[in-house]
Write a protein that binds this ligand. Structure first.
Ligand code: GLC
Ligand code: GLC
Length: 614
């Protein structure tokens, strides 16, 4: 089996590696070493996962099913530790979850580790969460419950405590070549001229000075996260070995963290360069040989045209959909759906074999990564609009319902991002403070509206821990010296038994959010039109409405209409003609559409289908 796969994928892999490393005198030495490590990892792959490989290869589009539903959780915040997570499996199943992303759980520095995104050893589990055996046991348990495990592949950088970094710092030349070191500050400044600053409140530029060795090291993110030097073929091999180790734990998805940054060239932005794509294709080819059940998920939070470049069968089969995420929030703020409609008309369609991972919130900030050209065609100035959105979502704009927190305000560019939980950003926190029943109702309906799009527009919906329970912002990070500077912790709350009980036991607004969500999940998972179907974004000619139709190969159709404003809206019922005729019914309210006009109340949603007559 190994030889057959090698024969099929290696020529392509070798030619791509040649594009990257052909100029190295020892190119074939590294290529040969790669084959050995692929073979070794194949040999140690458990029979169970090899069977899964065969199963997935026989049904390669399995992840496009309407049954797919994801959740992202921090092991400690959600359950305590890896062993305690077993007891949460029934809860996950009761929600319909079958894709579980465990936030980085690897050994990382004590104190600040960027929420685990500074990895000191890919093969060791953070001891606060358990050990390697516990992880394997959990992977087995999830798999036997039909839940696909997704892990982070943090491959742009390691922590400065990784043994490669420690050796490099000592001056071991083999490992010095694993990172980017500079002795000349002029060179550092030259790179800084063209690179985007990611964490400008932590440190300006993309480099950190190491006093002890009198060198600069490339650090796109925090100073303790050292960027790996992929122009060195030894780094490609070493990281491939780590990647296959993770695959062999039994995960079915790897989240490619910060993948836009992995290739650097002077006088460029050092983001999304062509060779970054070649590199990812090489990693993908290695997986096809050793562990083809494993999918790549792209975490490219960049311009929508660049996001699209990572999505294909030979690169990432899955991708976060940051454009839709950001623009749903944009539409809620403006009550105007024109930017959402125009942007998704341009960018929603991707290769049919690939799938979006649709989300509303995640552990990070919200960046307003829409296409300024699309905005400009609509008379929207991108820069001013982002400023407005930041003001709105941090509650500084008069009349805003939202209570988010700013993140990484850049004094030179005026750029900023926003943090906060789904419920708080949607207005629930403020409405509760004001004790305003109408505002509470609006906030709950905004949450439902966003969830309804995430669940119905096509792709894998990914719920972020706590958002299904209506959890509000958590300001406790401010009293932790290692977290206080990083406001993303405001949306990383611990999921307490109390919060869960309130949502599950029919009490108050948390229960509303939870039961609204469960109703929609049940509808989604019962109907193939929510799965592998095509989406067409519709023009409603109504400024506050957003609509799309989904078409399944079996001719089944679904029409979704959403009102992004608190004022009632109407729309001619003739829009239902796209369903092909017959008695139209709203799956959510079970009401029949008989009138000539559709009426949508504040933040209402309709999931319209032609009623089946048996
Ligand atoms: C990703 C993570 C983010 C982290 C960064 C650096 O974007 O989502 O949390 O800070 O990468 O690893
Ligand atoms: C930037 C990066 C993204 C990362 C985020 C963390 O947006 O593009 O990869 O998640 O910063 O804040």
């Amino acid at each position: 089996m190994f030889l057959a796969r090698l024969e099929r994928h290696f020529p392509n892999l070798l030619s791509k590696l040649h594009d990257l490393y052909g100029g190295h005198y020892d190119f074939f030495f590294h290529a040969q070493k790669l084959v050995v490590l692929l073979a070794t990892n194949f040999a140690s792959r458990k029979r169970k996962w090899k069977n899964l490989d065969e199963k997935r290869l026989a049904n390669p589009q399995w992840y496009r099913s309407e049954k797919m539903l994801g959740m992202a959780v921090y092991v400690d915040l959600f359950a305590g530790d890896l062993n305690a997570l077993h007891a949460k499996i029934p809860y996950l199943k009761s929600l319909g979850i079958n894709y579980l992303h465990l936030m980085p759980l690897y050994k990382s520095p004590e104190g600040d580790s960027d929420g685990g995104y500074a990895v000191s050893d890919y093969r060791k589990v953070d001891q606060r969460l358990g050990n390697e055996k516990d992880l394997v046991r959990l992977a087995d348990a999830l798999s036997s419950e039909g839940i696909s495990l997704v892990l982070d592949f943090v491959f742009n950088h390691t922590s400065d405590e990784h043994h490669w970094a420690i050796e490099a710092r000592k001056g071991n030349p083999e490992f010095e070549d694993f990172y980017y070191f500079f002795t000349d500050e002029k060179e550092v400044q030259e790179y800084n001229q063209t690179c985007r600053e990611i964490f400008p409140t932590v440190r300006r530029g993309s480099f950190s000075y190491l006093e002890d060795v009198e060198k600069w090291v490339w650090t796109t993110f925090n100073s303790f996260q050292w960027d790996l030097n992929y122009s060195n073929p030894a780094v490609f091999n070493a990281i491939t070995d780590e990647m296959l180790f993770l695959a062999n734990i039994g995960c079915e998805g790897l989240r490619l963290d910060a993948l836009a940054f992995i290739w650097k060239e002077k006088w460029t932005q050092c983001e999304s360069l062509p060779k970054a794509h070649t590199l990812i294709q090489c990693f993908n080819a290695c997986l096809q040989i050793v562990a083809p059940a494993v999918l790549f998920k792209s975490e490219a939070i960049v311009h929508p045209d660049d996001v699209a470049e990572y999505i294909s069968d030979e690169e990432c089969q899955l991708s976060y959909n940051p454009l839709m995420m950001a623009l749903m929030w944009e539409s809620l703020a403006t009550r105007d759906t024109k930017l959402l409609t125009a942007s998704l008309k341009k960018s929603f369609t991707i290769a049919p074999e690939a799938s979006w991972v649709n989300y509303i919130r995640c552990h990070d900030d919200i960046g307003w990564t829409f296409d300024d050209a699309v905005a400009s065609d609509l008379g929207i100035d991108g820069f001013e609009h982002r400023r407005f959105l930041n003001q709105f979502y941090t509650g500084k704009f008069d009349g805003s319902f939202s209570q988010g927190v700013p993140f990484q305000e850049n004094p030179s560019t005026g750029d900023c991002r926003v943090c906060g939980s789904l419920a708080s950003l949607a207005g629930l926190e403020k409405a509760i403070e004001l004790d305003d029943a109408e505002q509470i109702e609006h906030a709950l309906k905004r949450v439902r509206l966003l969830n309804s799009v995430m669940l119905s527009i096509g792709g894998v919906p990914l719920i972020y821990q706590g958002d299904e329970l209506g959890i509000l912002n958590d300001h406790s990070y401010l009293s932790d010296e290692f977290k206080r500077e990083d406001s993303r912790w405001v949306n990383r709350p611990a999921i307490t038994d109390d919060a869960m009980a309130r949502a599950l036991e029919g009490i108050g607004y948390q229960n509303r959010i939870h039961s609204d969500l469960k109703q929609m999940i049940a509808l989604r998972q019962a109907d193939t039109v929510f799965g592998a179907a095509q989406t067409e974004i519709l023009e409603t000619y109504r400024p506050h409405l957003f609509a799309y139709v989904r078409k399944h190969d079996n001719d089944d159709r679904l029409l979704v209409i959403c009102n992004f404003s608190e004022h009632p809206q109407t729309l001619p019922a003739s829009i239902c003609d796209c369903l092909g005729g017959g008695q139209v019914v709203d799956l959510l309210s079970e009401a029949h559409v008989d009138a000539t006009e559709l009426e949508l109340n504040a933040y209402d949603v309709m999931w319209l289908k032609v009623k089946q007559v048996n």
